[in-house]
Ligand binder design. Structure first.
Ligand code: ADP
Ligand code: MG
Length: 358
């Protein structure tokens, strides 16, 4: 087991794409760390550079305090699990799991025993002689996991390992993976574009955009106090409302309405700000309420135990989560009141202040 450090890691591909731009990061020994960001932000490049499959343009990779920047992948003692699992189609489950042990010249008998044992731990004991195409997606995913585990690596590197599973399997595999990582205590870097996955799994999350880390913190940090409007709009099951406003008399006004504003902010009269409030933290009222944004109900989406309502009014579109018992139809008037203890204020896209959670 080992901690992992990236020091000013930069990767520029031939042709000039700057996929990683001076990334600084330390993952603690035994930590479950998620790298989260939209497609193309550099997640896979970061993981491949960690594994030694890509060469950094500048900067260093340290594993357990040792500089491994120039060490080839086979000698880094890390195991990568790929999005498509990269199983060998013509090999059995046992041979797939044992493959890295064969590369490491572990004797045949020992190799098969360890593969069988790892397979059994992951519930694959009855499928040892099957080939990948005779397994479900979830089982293939476990074979890929078993193959990574079999050589007892010092770190696991996962590149969107759940993204090829259907929604239900993905949830099961997620819980399974979290329990397994806790039991094994292996340092883990988990790449995903799915914010819910990162929040659910990780001890800490780095949110990336254009090859840079835009925020690094615990799931609670990035959810409660997104450091900038990029993270604010990326984290959360429904995108946060980010409303253009101005500072007047110490409060943020949006479309002429003074909204509940975090205390203690040094606001310049008349300056332009962005008011952030999650749809879950607005309450819906059929009649006008002081501090509420008025609009007309345009769209009602059924979320099962609640409804996502899009109001359109002078503030633009405002999304509100409303309980399942409220009867709503497009065309009626609505008023959305922000919860004072969940308001966020951004200046030039950077967090200026947040209320609540103290
Ligand atoms: P992600 O995994 O977050 O989707 P990637 O690390 O795959 O992002 O890609 C980051 C950027 O680097 C993208 O702009 C992508 O097009 C570019 N890129 C990735 N691999 C290569 C490559 N081998 N050659 C040139 N550009 C690449
Ligand atoms: Mg990728």
């Amino acid at each position: 087991m080992a901690d992992l450090t990236l020091a000013a890691l930069t990767k520029v591909y031939p042709g000039g794409v700057r996929a990683l731009d001076s990334v600084e990061l330390t993952v603690a020994d035994g930590e479950f760390f998620a790298l989260l960001g939209p497609s193309g932000c550099g997640k896979t490049t970061l993981l491949r550079t960690l594994a030694g499959l890509e060469t950094a343009t500048s900067g260093a990779v340290l594993l357990g305090g040792r500089d491994v920047t120039a060490v080839p992948p086979g000698r880094r003692d890390v195991a990568m699990v790929f999005q498509d699992y990269a199983l060998f189609p013509h090999m059995t489950v046992t041979d797939n799991i044992a493959y890295p042990l064969r590369i490491r010249k572990v004797p045949g008998r020992q190799r098969r025993d360890r593969a069988a044992q790892t397979a059994a731990e992951l519930g694959l004991g009855d499928h040892l002689e099957r080939r990948p195409d005779q397994l479900s997606g979830g089982q293939q995913q476990r074979v890929a996991l078993a193959r990574a585990m079999a050589c007892h690596p010092r770190a696991f590197l996962f590149d969107e390992p759940l993204s090829n599973l259907d929604a239900r399997m993905r949830l099961e595999a997620r819980t399974f993976l979290k329990r397994l990582q806790r039991e094994l205590g292996v340092t883990t870097v988990f790449v995903t574009h799915d914010q819910a996955e990162a929040l659910a799994l990780a001890d800490r999350i780095a949110v990336m955009e254009h090859g840079r880390i835009r925020q690094l913190g615990t799931p609670a940090d990035v959810f409660r106090r997104p450091a900038n409007t990029f993270v604010a709009s990326f984290i959360g099951s429904t995108p946060m409302n980010l409303l253009p406003g101005t500072a007047e008399g110490g409060a943020v006004h949006v479309a002429g309405t003074a909204l509940p504003t975090p205390g203690g902010l040094a606001l310049a009269e008349g300056e332009e700000l962005t008011y952030g409030i999650r749809p879950e933290y607005l309450t819906f009222h059929p009649r006008p309420v002081p501090g509420a944004l008025a609009g007309e109900v345009r769209v009602v989406e059924n979320l099962g135990s609640s409804q996502l309502v899009t109001l359109e009014g002078p503030a633009g579109e405002v999304r509100v989560v409303v309980d399942e018992d409220t009867e709503l139809a497009p065309g009626v008037a609505g008023h959305a009141l922000p919860r004072a203890d969940r308001a966020l204020v951004y200046r030039n896209g950077e967090l200026l202040g947040a209320s609540g959670y103290e």
